[in-house]
Design a protein around this ligand. Structure first.
Ligand code: PRP
Length: 179
């Protein structure tokens, strides 16, 4: 895997700093409320695991699996639910946990979809935000850091299902994905 990496953009220490800050902010904002974290599989699974341990108030967890990219590097714009929530969201405050917001199509779809299910509030948090790539407007309430339009992998994020287990976030060498 390492031969495919161009540059490490966020190492483990930097990621920990960002996630710790986000967790504190979320705990402050939701103290006294019933918070349900909804992790969006598969990409957000690493971030979700770290973030929830930095939120020092009681939280519940659920997961959805969606796909808009498949094996491609371009979003198809069609979001498919591969796994839905296990529990009802009625009377809960939902925080959607994403690893990255790119075109915004996935988050836009999820916000709309979850709004119809009777939650008290819905907000979104993402570790990484690529605003240059946005195709639809989305409200992101907690954003770890903005990144330029480079192809990244690691810390849950894949290319062709590879590299998710890298502990850092890195840019891939273009020759890996430019055919
Ligand atoms: C990635 C990521 C977000 C989405 C963001 O998921 O985890 O859910 O793309 O892109 P968008 O803003 O352009 O919609 P992907 O569909 O690659 O599935 P994965 O999480 O299983 O890797």
């Amino acid at each position: 895997m390492l031969k495919d990496i161009q540059e490490v953009l966020f190492d483990e220490k930097k990621i920990d700093q960002i996630v710790t800050k986000m967790g504190r902010q979320i705990a402050d904002d939701y103290r006294g409320k019933e918070l349900l974290l909804v992790g969006i599989l598969k990409g957000a699974n690493v971030f979700m695991a770290d973030l929830m341990r930095k939120i020092n108030i009681p939280v519940k967890l659920d997961f959805m699996a969606v796909s808009s990219y498949g094996m491609s590097t371009e979003s198809s714009g069609v979001v498919r639910i591969l796994k839905d929530l296990d529990h009802s969201v009625e009377d809960k405050h939902i925080l959607i946990v994403e690893d990255i917001v790119d075109t915004g199509l996935t988050l836009h779809y999820l916000m709309d979809n979850l709004k119809s299910r009777g939650a008290i509030s819905i907000a979104a948090c993402t570790l990484l935000d690529k605003p240059e790539r946005r195709k639809v407007d989305v409200d992101i309430h907690y954003s770890g850091t903005e990144i330029p339009d480079v192809f990244i992998v690691g810390y849950g994020i894949d290319y062709g299902e590879k590299y998710r287990n890298l502990p850092y976030i890195a840019a891939l060498k273009p020759e890996v994905y430019v055919k």
